[in-house]
Design a protein around this ligand. Structure first.
Ligand SMILES: [Zn+2]
Length: 65
Protein backbone atom coordinates (compact mmCIF):
# COMPACT_ATOMS: atom_id res chain seq x y z
CA UNK A 1 0.00 0.00 0.00
CA UNK A 2 2.72 2.48 0.93
CA UNK A 3 4.83 1.73 -2.13
CA UNK A 4 1.80 2.11 -4.39
CA UNK A 5 0.90 5.54 -3.04
CA UNK A 6 4.50 6.72 -3.40
CA UNK A 7 4.58 6.66 -7.20
CA UNK A 8 2.15 9.52 -7.97
CA UNK A 9 4.05 11.70 -5.51
CA UNK A 10 7.31 11.17 -7.40
CA UNK A 11 5.62 11.95 -10.71
CA UNK A 12 4.21 15.14 -9.21
CA UNK A 13 7.63 16.28 -8.03
CA UNK A 14 9.14 15.62 -11.43
CA UNK A 15 6.43 17.66 -13.10
CA UNK A 16 6.85 20.48 -10.61
CA UNK A 17 10.58 20.75 -11.21
CA UNK A 18 10.24 20.83 -14.99
CA UNK A 19 11.31 24.19 -16.42
CA UNK A 20 8.50 26.57 -17.28
CA UNK A 21 9.00 28.78 -20.28
CA UNK A 22 7.49 32.18 -20.84
CA UNK A 23 4.71 31.90 -23.45
CA UNK A 24 5.51 35.42 -24.63
CA UNK A 25 9.29 35.35 -25.21
CA UNK A 26 10.26 31.71 -24.52
CA UNK A 27 12.64 32.51 -21.69
CA UNK A 28 12.90 30.07 -18.81
CA UNK A 29 11.27 31.11 -15.55
CA UNK A 30 12.90 29.91 -12.33
CA UNK A 31 10.29 30.24 -9.62
CA UNK A 32 6.69 31.41 -9.33
CA UNK A 33 6.15 34.63 -7.41
CA UNK A 34 2.94 33.22 -5.98
CA UNK A 35 1.37 29.80 -5.56
CA UNK A 36 -2.15 29.04 -4.45
CA UNK A 37 -4.13 25.94 -3.66
CA UNK A 38 -7.37 25.78 -5.58
CA UNK A 39 -10.32 23.93 -4.10
CA UNK A 40 -10.90 20.71 -6.01
CA UNK A 41 -7.26 19.60 -6.01
CA UNK A 42 -5.09 21.92 -8.03
CA UNK A 43 -2.04 24.07 -7.38
CA UNK A 44 -1.80 27.25 -9.38
CA UNK A 45 1.53 28.98 -9.91
CA UNK A 46 1.72 32.60 -10.95
CA UNK A 47 4.81 33.61 -12.87
CA UNK A 48 6.33 36.86 -13.98
CA UNK A 49 8.95 36.73 -16.69
CA UNK A 50 12.26 38.39 -15.89
CA UNK A 51 12.98 39.09 -19.56
CA UNK A 52 9.75 40.62 -20.86
CA UNK A 53 7.79 41.23 -17.66
CA UNK A 54 4.70 39.40 -18.87
CA UNK A 55 2.74 37.29 -16.41
CA UNK A 56 1.39 33.77 -16.84
CA UNK A 57 -0.27 31.07 -14.78
CA UNK A 58 0.27 27.31 -14.69
CA UNK A 59 -2.04 24.84 -12.99
CA UNK A 60 -0.89 21.50 -11.61
CA UNK A 61 -3.59 18.96 -10.79
CA UNK A 62 -3.11 17.00 -7.59
CA UNK A 63 -3.53 13.33 -8.41
CA UNK A 64 -2.10 11.78 -5.28
CA UNK A 65 -5.34 10.12 -4.20
ZN1 LIG B 1 8.97 36.58 -21.29
Amino acid sequence: MQLHSYRPKLAGIRFFSAPVRCPHCGDEMIAPYMSEFVEGGEIRHHWECDSCGEGTTTAIPLTTH
